[in-house]
Design a protein around this ligand. Structure first.
Ligand code: PHE
Ligand code: ZN
Length: 868
């Protein structure tokens, strides 16, 4: 019998803290082998205080040294592996008292990258969600907010820079080559927003003036050799600050705002108050080393973390079930910011298409699998497993729906009221909804179902047109998701933007609010049978079940004025043909040709319109997935587009050449994207003719976008020149970790190539490469995750070899870094969705992982849910 049943945490079991802290003093003597942490906590009775109750602090992998209360040694305590329980508190804990604790942690042994750790000789912390308890014993929960006063000490020669949250109060030289710095954060914050950084770092800085006329110091800290790669991040930060003032009236509240880059990081970046810590991938960029996508990602991640300063930090989450309160909202804000940065209406649409594509490729499968959860989960075993595309990306869609329902101004009113009511508090998703409802005098009670029900809803569309009455009728039926943890199945409040497209342009437009299981709308004075353009701009995160004819889809693909739906019609046509094992017919080829040759269309849009639906999204349309069949059908379809349009592709390849110095702006990036799609299509159509052109582009490119695209084209199309270019690339960029990550990822994500070695054997070789490091998350992701999670056609082999590699990798990673292992473990989530020959092999691999007796809580939760 199993005795160690995993512990589950439940949203409805929330209890307010029985104690809280007024003031937190930390004194940290940094040493990789033995860091001594002294804390001084001013403890107060909390909201649910009961006289005489013990103070239960969390602590994880800490060495306890001593405890004092009100200056006296205190012996009435218990230590468990996860807690320090303090009994016999002065005056039964009814009045404030001072707790002083000394404990020790070992940063150099910390490979989980949670808590205090060492990366390339420097110290960093990561405390969200529950990492602070690896630094000291604490009430490590977001609803305990306190003021922090922090003293950092370290050897000056090795750690000249000492940073923490807030304002620098003083620095001091100490005996024996040590020095210290004192930092004070004037704002209340939960422990997950604490940070420190120490080491040999340098910064670029700028002083800006914010809307109220205050001067602010902005700094970006990196290793000295990376200083020249920080300009774009600084520009992005400044743009974010201005945008938040303008759009939401939110000003930077600290005198100093710092970003620090670190090469070992589990996630993208972290919004610690005044001291954001970033994965180097989302800070460092130069045209020669970063692609257009990297530049855009940096801009949006810098903005995201900066926007958290208000949505997350000033107003934070009461508990981790409310994570989407800050993440969904902040993703929505960064999406809107990036859309505005695109600089044109068509740019905004391009951004929207990219966001929706990501949602459907990653979040829809999650919402249909064993880890499906509402954006506000009801239960978890390991909170780290709930930093998901559902909480983030679907959460952002839910926030977007408020704006669609209330209008941009109504949404702003809701935001204003939210801050008016909750600044300085730790609150819930309901509080956000009430602010939106109250500010607009709207009843949003049915909208709550988006927070409590998992799964992608399906909306079925039926239409009819009466030519005599010139009347059009549309009926919508919603059904809750298939295969979701969706117990109640209550109808959602779904905003659907629609327009009737008619030759006479009747201008029939509406926002349909579908709130019941089924509703019908009638439209008068419709001059001819219209084409229905619905869920425009993807106004709701749903699946549309709409049997539109190919003729109607073609009409939309050539002329819908909603760029999203125009793109969507093309995707739907391609998808239906690929899944039906058909090649593009003459009409579709003609539509593609017209689109590609339209001089008025945005190149970025053309590139998206000619990019086929991803395999992951095609899988979602099948009852039983055969990855090899889907790959072959998609590849054949692509080959047809490539060869039938070879003249147009060749012309575009010439026309889209950019000149002058490199700029990552949206218009230039769009041209490069289309040019490089053209190159890839030409390699698909006539590899022998175009390989020399690709080699030429590879060699002469003045930017990473073009160099990498040429290299990828050669690798993916199995060109003979690929090996030499790969070798050249490695030598050229050997000392740039982020570029070497690209080199690994490109080889690991190569689809099967005729007459070439399998990608898996390449991946196994890369794993033995001297530059491969099992404890660097970026490197691991570029080899292992890239193969198992973004290379379906190579990963899903009927002999199960890909799955065996997956199991081996999960088991090898878990003892090093459970979070990174658990992400990989998600790779077989959808095993039940595959054809039986694949299923059996996936099940065997899952069972092999599940059988390991020392699994982390992270991996255990993922595989046990997959096997449920
Ligand atoms: N809160 C971070 C963000 O979304 C993500 C993160 C979570 C980083 C947990 C590290 C650990 O901006
Ligand atoms: Zn975030």
């Amino acid at each position: 019998m199993k005795t160690d049943l995993p512990q589950s945490f439940r949203r409805l079991e929330y209890c307010a803290p029985n104690y809280t802290f007024a003031q937190v003093g930390l004194d940290i003597a940094l040493d990789p082998a033995r860091t001594i942490v002294k804390s001084r906590l001013e403890v107060l009775p909390g909201a649910s205080h009961e006289a005489g109750s013990p103070l239960v602090l969390q602590g994880h992998e800490l060495e306890f040294v001593s405890l004092r209360i009100n200056g006296e040694a205190h012996r009435q305590f218990e230590l468990t592996p996860e807690t320090l329980i303090i009994h016999a508190l002065p005056n039964e804990g009814k009045q404030s008292f001072i707790v002083e604790i000394i404990c020790v942690c070992v940063p150099e042994k910390n490979t989980s990258l949670m808590g205090l750790y060492v990366s390339n000789g420097n110290f960093f912390t990561q405390c969200e969600a529950e990492g602070f308890r690896k630094i000291t014993y604490f009430l490590d929960r977001p609803d305990v907010m306190a003021r922090y006063h922090v003293t950092l000490r370290a050897r000056e020669a090795e750690y000249p820079v000492l940073l923490s949250n807030g304002n620098l109060i003083s620095t001091e030289k100490l005996p024996n080559g040590w020095h210290s710095a004192v930092w004070e954060d004037p704002f209340l914050k939960p422990s997950y927003l604490f940070a420190l950084v120490a080491g040999k770092l340098e910064c670029i800085e700028e002083t800006i003036t914010t809307s109220s006329g205050a001067k602010k110091l902005l700094q970006i800290w990196v290793e000295p050799h990376d200083l020249k790669k920080t300009r774009h991040a600084m520009d992005s930060l400044i743009a974010s600050i201005h945008w938040d003032e303008k759009r939401y009236g939110l000003e930077l509240d600290l005198e100093r705002f710092m970003i620090v880059a670190v090469g070992d990081f589990n996630m993208g970046a972290m919004e610690n108050k005044g001291l954001n810590i970033f994965n180097t991938k989302y800070v460092l960029a130069r045209p020669e080393t970063a692609t257009d996508a990297d530049f855009a990602n940096i801009e949006s991640v810098v903005a995201h973390e900066y926007f958290h300063n208000w949505t997350g930090n000033r107003v934070t989450c009461r508990d981790w079930f409310q994570l989407s309160l800050k993440e969904g909202l902040t993703v929505f804000r960064d999406q809107e910011f990036s859309a505005d940065q695109m600089g044109s209406e068509s740019g905004r649409a391009v951004k929207r298409i990219e966001d929706v594509r990501l949602l459907r490729q990653l979040q829809f499968p999650e919402d249909a699998g064993p880890m499906a959860h509402p954006i506000r989960p009801d239960e978890y075993q390991e909170i780290n497993n709930f930093y998901t595309v559902t909480v983030y990306e679907k959460g952002a869609e839910v926030v977007r729906m408020y704006q669609t329902l209330l209008g941009v101004d109504g949404f702003r009113k809701g935001m204003d009221l939210y801050f008016q009511r909750h600044d300085g508090q730790a609150v819930t998703c309901d509080d956000f909804l009430f602010a939106m409802a109250d500010a607009n005098g709207r009843d949003l009670s049915q909208f709550k179902n988006w927070y409590s029900q998992a799964g992608t809803p399906k909306v079925r569309v039926e239409e009819s047109y009466d030519a005599d009455k010139r009347q059009y009728q549309v009926t919508l039926r919603q059904s809750p998701a298939v295969n979701a943890a969706n117990k109640d199945g209550k109808p959602f409040h779904i905003p659907l933007k629609m327009r009737l497209l008619t030759p006479a342009d009747d201008r029939v437009e509406a926002l349909l609010e579908l709130t019941q299981d089924q509703q019908t709308w009638n439209f008068d004075d419709v001059t001819s049978r219209p084409v229905l353009s619905i869920n425009r701009s993807f106004s709701a995160p749903i699946n549309l079940d709409f049997n539109q004819s190919e003729a109607d889809l073609l009409t939309m693909f050539s002329s819908d004025d909603d760029a999203f739906n125009r793109w969507e019609a093309g995707q739907k046509l391609a998808m239906q043909m690929i899944l039906g094992n058909r090649l593009p017919d003459a009409a579709l080829i003609e539509a593609y040709r017209n689109l590609l040759t339209d001089p008025d269309l945005d190149p970025a849009f053309k590139e998206l319109a000619l990019t086929l639906p991803a395999e992951a999204y095609l899988y979602e349309q099948c009852a039983s997935v055969d990855p090899q069949k889907i790959y072959a059908a998609r590849r054949a379809f692509r080959h047809a587009i490539a060869s039938e349009l070879r003249i147009e592709w060749a012309a575009l390849y010439q026309q889209m050449q950019t000149s002058g110095p490199f700029s990552p702006d949206a218009a230039s990036a769009g041209k490069r994207a289309l040019k490089n799609l053209a190159l890839s299509m030409l390699l698909e159509a006539d590899p022998l003719i175009w390989a020399p052109m690709a080699v030429n582009q590879y060699q002469n490119a003045d930017n990473m976008t073009d160099r990498y695209a040429a290299l990828a084209g050669l690798v993916i199309h199995g060109s003979k020149s690929a090996a030499a270019c790969l070798e050249d690339f490695y030598i050229r960029f050997a000392d740039d970790a982020l570029v070497i990550d690209k080199w690994f990822a490109l080889q690991s994500s190569r689809p099967p190539v005729a007459n070439a070695e399998s990608t898996l054997s390449d991946v196994k070789r890369l794993r033995e490469h001297e530059a491969f490091k099992m404890n660097n998350p970026n490197r691991v992701r570029s080899v292992i995750h890239a193969f198992c999670m973004s290379n379906p056609a190579s990963f899903h082999q009927v002999d199960g070899s890909g799955y065996a590699f997956w199991a081996e990798s999960v088991l090898a990673l878990d003892p090093i870094n459970p979070q990174i292992a658990a992400r990989l473990a998600r790779g077989l989530d959808r095993w039940r969705h595959f054809a039986p020959i694949y299923q059996e092999q996936m099940l065997a691999a899952l069972k092999r992982v599940a059988a390991c007796e020392t699994l982390s809580a992270d991996v255990k939760e993922v595989v046990s849910k997959a096997l449920e």
